[in-house]
Design a protein around this ligand. Structure first.
Ligand code: GDP
Ligand code: MN
Length: 379
C-alpha cells in the first residue's frame, strides 16, 4: 500500500524523524484554518500518490491568507498525471539551504536491503542515477546486522553531505532504517531531505510503501486505508478477499493462477476484445470464491460477457464445476458466461456442467475458442 505524503510523514514521526508541523485540508476554507494554526509562511502540497508534484504546480508557498486561498483553489481539483487532487497537506514552509536524497528499499537480487543517499536531492533520483551516477552512495545492508550509527556515519561522509549535516543525517538514517524495517515498508524515501540555513536536517517529503504481507501485525494501518480505492469494484473485491485489478474493457475474466489470468487477458486482446479486469481466484476455486468473483464482476456495468478460464492442477475441475453451479444458485448474473475448463478431472467437470448449459452458460473446449466466444458476446 502506497501512502500519501501526509500519511508517510505521520509514519516517520512515529519513529522520531523530524517533519514540519501541518495539517490536511479538503477545502479552501480548511486550508486557511490550517495555515492560521501552523503560522506563515506555509507550503500547500497536493496529496496524490505520484511524484513530480512540484513541477506539475502541486506545491506552492503562501505568505498570507489571500495566497493560501489562491493556491488552494488552484491545486484542489488539479490533474497531476491522471490523479485529481482532493486533499492538501498544509505545512509550515521551510527555508532550504541544501536538498539531499535518502531512501531504503529491498534489493531482491542481492537478498539485502539497499540504502541510497545523495547530496543531490530535490530532483528525481532516476535522473541523478542517469546523469550523475557517482553522486549516489549505495549501501547494502545485511538484514540480520541492521544499520549501526557507525556505518551511517561512514555512509554520510561517502555521500559527501555537507559536514554540518552529517551527524544529524546519520542519526536520521538510523531512524529511517528502523521505520523501514520495524515499520514493514517496501520503500521509505525522503526527497528532498533538507539542510536549513539554521543547520537543521529535516524531511520535506515522504514516500512510503507498506508491505501488505505484514498488515496482520499492523492493525494501525487501517487508518491509512479508506481513500485507498478510487475504484468501487476494487473496494468490493478487497472486501471479498480477491486478487482483483479493475480495467476498462467489456469481458470480465476469472482465472486460477496469476499467470493464467494474464494469459487470458492476452488472448482476449488477441481476438479483438478488451478485458474488464484481472482476477486470479488462486487455488481451491470453491463455490464461495467463485460466487464472490462473479458478484464483483456482475457489479461492473461495463461487463458484457464473462470468461471463466480454469486449468485444473491441484484444483480439480469437477470441484470448480460444482463451485460454478453453486455460485450461480446464489447470484443472478447479468452477462453470459463462457467456460473453458481443462486439466485435472476436466471430463468429470464438463459432465457436471453439461445439463446446465444454455445461451447464458456456454462451454468451449479451448482457451482460444472460449476467448472468441466471450468477445463475440461482448460486442
Ligand atoms: P514532489 O515534487 O512530488 O517530489 O514534491 P516535494 O514535496 O518533494 O516538493 C517539491 C519541491 O518543492 C521540493 O524539492 C522543494 O524544492 C519545494 N518545497 C517543498 N516544500 C518546501 C518548503 O517548505 N519550502 C520551500 N522553500 N520549498 C519547498
Ligand atoms: Mn519529493
Amino acid at each position: 500500500m502506497d501512502l500519501f505524503e501526509y500519511q508517510g510523514k505521520q509514519y516517520f514521526a512515529r519513529y522520531g524523524i523530524a517533519v514540519s508541523p501541518g495539517g490536511v485540508a479538503d477545502t479552501v476554507d480548511e486550508a486557511v484554518v490550517v495555515a492560521q494554526r501552523v503560522g506563515y509562511p506555509v507550503v500547500l502540497k497536493a496529496q496524490v500518490k505520484v511524484g513530480g508534484r512540484g513541477k506539475a504546480g502541486g506545491v506552492k508557498v503562501a505568505n498570507d491568507v489571500e495566497e493560501v486561498s489562491e493556491h488552494a483553489r488552484g491545486i484542489l481539483g488539479l490533474d497531476i498525471k491522471g490523479h485529481v487532487v482532493k486533499r492538501l497537506w498544509v505545512e509550515r514552509a521551510s527555508d532550504i539551504a541544501k536538498e539531499y536524497y535518502a531512501s531504503f528499499t529491498l534489493d531482491r537480487a542481492n537478498k539485502t536491503h539497499l540504502g541510497m543517499l545523495s547530496a543531490q536531492g530535490g530532483v528525481e533520483i532516476e535522473v541523478v542515477a542517469e546523469e550523475n551516477p557517482d553522486a549516489i552512495a549505495f549501501l547494502s545492508i545485511d538484514p540480520v546486522q541492521g544499520l549501526s550509527l557507525a556505518t551511517a556515519r561512514r555512509w554520510v561522509s561517502e555521500a559527501e553531505l555537507d559536514e554540518i549535516a552529517r551527524e544529524q543525517t546519520a542519526e536520521l538514517l538510523v531512524k529511517l532504517y528502523d521505520c523501514y524495517t520495524n515499520g514493514d515498508c517496501d520503500l521509505a524515501e525522503i526527497n528532498p531531505l533538507i539542510l536549513t540555513p539554521d543547520n537543521e536536517v529535516h524531511a520535506l517529503d515522504a514516500k512510503v510503501t507498506l508491505d501488505e504481507n505484514a498488515s496482520y501485525r499492523h492493525p494501525e494501518w487501517e487508518e491509512f486505508r479508506g481513500d485507498e480505492f478510487d475504484d468501487p469494484r476494487e473496494k468490493l473485491a478487497k472486501e471479498k478477499g480477491l486478487n482483483y485489478v479493475g480495467l476498462d474493457g467489456t469481458v470480465g475474466i476469472i482465472a486460477n493462477g496469476a499467470g493464467l489470468a494474464m494469459s487470458t487477458l492476452d488472448v482476449v486482446n488477441q481476438v479483438g476484445g478488451t478485458a474488464a479486469n484481472f482476477l486470479d481466484i488462486g487455488g481451491g476455486a470453491n463455490a464461495d470464491v467463485m460466487a464472490a468473483a462473479l458478484e464483483v464482476i456482475n457489479a461492473d456495468p461495463k461487463v458484457k460477457s464473462i470468461f471463466v478460464n480454469i486449468f485444473g492442477g491441484i484444483t480439480r475441475v469437477d470441484e470448480v464445476a460444482n463451485g460454478v453451479l453453486e455460485a450461480l444458485r446464489r447470484v443472478t448474473i447479468n452477462s453470459p458466461i463462457v467456460l473453458r475448463l481443462d486439466g485435472t478431472n476436466a471430463l468429470e467437470g464438463r459432465a457436471i456442467l453439461a445439463p446446465h448449459l444454455s445461451d447464458h452458460l456456454i462451454a468451449e473446449p479451448t482457451m482460444l475458442d472460449a476467448a472468441r466466444r466471450a468477445v463475440a458476446l461482448a460486442s
